[in-house]
Design a protein around this ligand. Sequence first.
Ligand code: ATP
Ligand code: MG
Length: 249
Amino acid sequence: MVKPLVVVEDLTLAWDARVIQRGLNFEVRPGEVLVLMGGSGCGKSTLLRHLIGLQWPAQGCIRYGDVDLASADEAQRDQLRQHFGVMFQAGALWSSMSVGENVMLPLQELTGWPQAQIETLARFKLALVGLEGAFDASPAELSGGMKKRAAIARAMALDPPLLYLDEPSAGLDPITSARLDDLILHLRDHLGTTIVMVTHELDSIFAVADRALFLDAQEKTMTALDAPLNLLHDGPEPVRRFLQGRARS
Ligand SMILES: Nc1ncnc2c1ncn2[C@@H]1O[C@H](COP(=O)(O)OP(=O)(O)OP(=O)(O)O)[C@@H](O)[C@H]1O
Ligand SMILES: [Mg+2]
């Protein structure tokens, strides 16, 4: 059995005293696309914030290899941050900077590389997401889909082996959304990137997920984790309904 990249054990997510999810147990396997799904407000973004160390568990732990995120020291955490890229739900680019400068920012902050090398790399990342011409553009000149792709290029700037994406295709038209799915599969298949992605777009779930984890808002825990087709056929009733697009969860 291959060693998991991330292990989540008995995790409880809470905002102040309010428990959002409890009893979460799962692992992220190298080279997989793991989708986090569930109805609005069930805690997907909150789970992502915990996985990247922006919020601490009310209970349980998140381990990267032998490092427990909550008890890691600053140096270990810095090292972990280089290990993963993040695209937040808002996916915002800094509007005062060009698209290229946005992608260069993490490289400037986290490496000591010369400017010319950083620029070459940023151009390469933009080309990878099909935005080779957009280096000098201002974010305001980009369409919604292009902005999302630029935000993914920025998340990938340091070649992280692990990418966290929060609703990358929300609000995009079906064709742009399908292109984004292709990009995600390209990253997995050609760069070996492991991807943890929040989405409730059904087409996306079936197109890209190796496994999907369902957070149930009523039960306040995960009620399923499997390949989406298995869940569609044999999952618990609320998960099947969710995947059939028939009901709110
Ligand atoms: N900053 C915050 N302070 C307090 N409670 C919050 C905060 N952010 C989110 N919550 C609460 O945590 C719960 C989960 O929110 P979260 O944003 O993780 O859901 P989600 O599954 O990502 O929803 P969506 O699909 O709408 O993005 C919600 O009940 C929400 O009200
Ligand atoms: Mg969210």
